[in-house]
Write a new protein. Sequence first.
Length: 240
Amino acid sequence: MSIKAALNRMHYPVTTLGYGRRVGLWLQGCSIRCPGCVSQDTWEAGNALQHIDVEEIARVWQRWLPAADGLTISGGEPFDQPEALLALMRAWRRDDTRGGDILVFSGYPLETLRARHRTHLRALDVLISDPYEAGAGDTRMLRGSDNQRVTLATALARRRYPRDINTLPWSDGRRRLDMVVAGDDVWMAGIPRRGELARLQAALRERGLTCATSQQPRQSSQPQQPQKLQEQPQLLPVRA
Ligand code: SF4
């Protein structure tokens, strides 16, 4: 049976959201809606054009597998599409002969995920859980806010990521954004410092340029449509 995922974007290489150079998938749709979220363009559930067969997504990542160190799945909220999320992780394990790790971001509390999605938690290596809290500080690596928790679920994860990652601060060298120019759009992947997108927008405005950022939800009259996977897989837009 074909399983479809509502996909916002797909990109390789992503170097800012986990170990090494990774394939990044951003799923579309989030029911959690944390105040201050920098990914509000992913909140609306995907339109029909964004529902893509998991095997089609897997076909695209084939060309990246020989060099990829792992798979990062973010969103949106990946666990709002539990069937697609599990299918994607299983397809990655099936295809990835290099043994890359799977890292998943979720805004659900760790306890909720443990109660509802045990099978999923057994399929991943690294989980970053809990909702974004704007008032919680943003000093810890790989997280948007300091209340979020990192679970290193496998031996591979414990080899690749620092054991004290839950309390480890960002170092200046590590906190970066991947930037990709795709047509008229510039996309960033990574976790920006608080207020960074607003500062970028203001700086561009001073130079006479306007831009929308992912902190601004798209209007329902302007449904986002991912680029056709088969046409420009290397330029599938990425987002912060
Ligand atoms: S931070 Fe994540 S979980 Fe929270 S609203 Fe944004 S996309 Fe959803």
